[in-house]
Design a protein around this ligand. Sequence first.
Ligand code: ADP
Length: 646
Amino acid sequence: MSRRLFRLGIRGHLFLAFGTVVAMTLVVTVVGWVSLARLGASLDRVVGHHLPALTAAAHLADRGGVVIGTAPALAAASSDAQRQRVYQSLVRTLGSLRDDLTALDQRLIDDTTRAALAELLAALGTSLAELDRNVRLRLEQAGQKEEMLERLRWLSADFLDEVEPLIDDTRFNINFALNRTEPGPLRLQAVALESRRQEALYRINADGSLLTELIGRAANLPDPEAVHATKYYFREVEERLESDLATVAELPGILSLSQALVDIRGFAEGPRDLFALRLEELAAAAAGRNLLDGNGELILRLHRLISDRIEVETTAALAAAARSRQAIGRSRLLTSAAVAVSCLATLLVVWLYVGRNLIGRLTRLGGSMQRIAAGDLQAEIPVGGDDEIGRMANALRTFRDTIEATRAELVQAAKLAALGQLTAGISHEINQPLTAIRHYARNTTILLEQGRHREIAANLGKISELSERSIRIINSLHSQARKPLGRVRPVDYTVVVDNVLTLLERRIRTDRVEVAVILDPAARWVLAGQVRLQQVLLNLMTNALDAIDTGNGAGARQLQIVTKAAADSVELQVADSGSGIDPADSDKIFDPFFTTKDVGEGLGLGLSISSNIVRGFGGTLNYEPRAGGGSLFRLTLPRAEGERNG
Ligand code: ADP
């Protein structure tokens, strides 16, 4: 699985990574969209249902409050006009309540509540009608009572008008008996009779007033028990009055007084019984109170029903608001999480995949490419990964291996070419002394036959000299052909320069080149490999001779080799008065295969190989134009410590 993922390549990986980010963005959008839709639905419900339901409930509660406030006013109405006004207002309010209930939207109220409210309103209507009837009765009774009490007051005044002259008469009769009648038993009898009558009349006067008073008080007594007790007391006073009336029965004008008393007593029985009226009034008042209580209870139920609705709607609205809050919170959380994941994915893609993986691998591969371009074919190539970069690295490795093999072959070819050149030169060099030696040997044989010993000695000296020169040439060749050692050691510049000059001696002579060698004794020993250093110098000097050859034939033909010592290094300069290097080419001369020479004359590997060899010694090889025309190569090598003074 992971291998298949790996095979996706850079495009696949980036597609996957950005796909993840896009997916996260989509998730954020969808979550936001769903949350907003939920929020909208909640708000719709609050606005479309809960708020109208609450408003309707508040309206009902408001009208219910009017009924609650007005019903006691009906019960307490003090006039029929007031009763009618209050009752009409209550009937109107109840009608409005019924209308409101009927008009209430089907969705805002359930059927049970609607039925319960309608039932309550009907009961309330009945109860208020009863209360109204009761109040009307009470008001009628009160009017009747008031009228009867008024009449009673008149009767009471009549009674007093009747009783007072009779008392005055008895007083006169007593005085008359005392003043006009002769003393004796008759006078005593008459005075006693009149006194008894006067006494009875005084009691009749008091008891008659008391009866009026009791009736008047009974009309306002607070409870039936007190009414009964007063009536009982009334009967007792009546009985006493009967006996007193019997005492004065013979007085003239007593009939009027009796009639006045009968009239007053008529307010305690029969159709004008004020006691019975008061009892009826008290019963009606109690019934009114009961009705008001019942009414209050109904209103309370109505109020509770409406309050319940308000509570239900408020709870639902609050729940909807809470759900909305939750939806917003959830959406915020999910959005934040998705954004965080998105950021993390982007960060991981940029930092781990693009930064560490792609850029890191590309940078390493670029480094390897630069090192290979600089000639370091041992540069490590970071292969790995089955993507485009991995394939690029594999291609670079194949390229490097091919280059290495090609370079080895070319180096070999260059070596063989150089060897061929050398061999040709050397065979020519050796051929010359050998021919001379053969000539001198033949000559010596002739001189020996002639006995010319002095000339023979001179010939032998020449032969010896020529042999020396041949040996030197062969030794140079020998040292050049030796397999170079990989390590560095102190190498003597005088030997190296001498060997190379020996190899090039014939060409220098043929080309008539003026060679100047200025070797600083302090710059004699360097850290290098002798064979490889010779190879470098041979290449530099061959190039110099080639340049002199192709340069202006009329000008000076000079080759100068100079060494100079520095603190830790030695610089060797190879300067020539040759054609010089075109400034446009000066950057390329160290590149492998760069050559300006004709096919078969140069491979363009000399300077490239030489600079690699010098780098291997820890030194540098640089070119600069020579002042006055031609080229100047500076070869800097580490100075050999042990041989510094040698
Ligand atoms: P080759 O000698 O096979 O061409 P080199 O790498 O030795 O390869 O030299 C590369 C090129 O540098 C030469 O072809 C030549 O153009 C230039 N060059 C090197 N040395 C000199 C010099 N002393 N004077 C002028 N040109 C030079």
